[in-house]
Design a protein around this ligand. Sequence first.
Ligand SMILES: [Zn+2]
Length: 68
Amino acid sequence: MTNQGECPKCGKRVLHVNIENIVGMIGGEANGRCLSYCCIHCNAVLGVQVDPRSKRRTRRKATTPKEQ
Ligand SMILES: [Zn+2]
């Protein structure tokens, strides 16, 4: 298997990516964890996705009836 993908910024082949945890924002509010994939050579962001491992945290602890 030959990897053909190359970074659009520095032109090097993408054999590794730096994966960073970032926060998705909707309408100016934090709305869950996301992941960004960055070129290890120049740190250009190659892609972003919602973190599939993340569970949405509900902040409304006061209104959950079961927590008592
Ligand atoms: Zn690059």
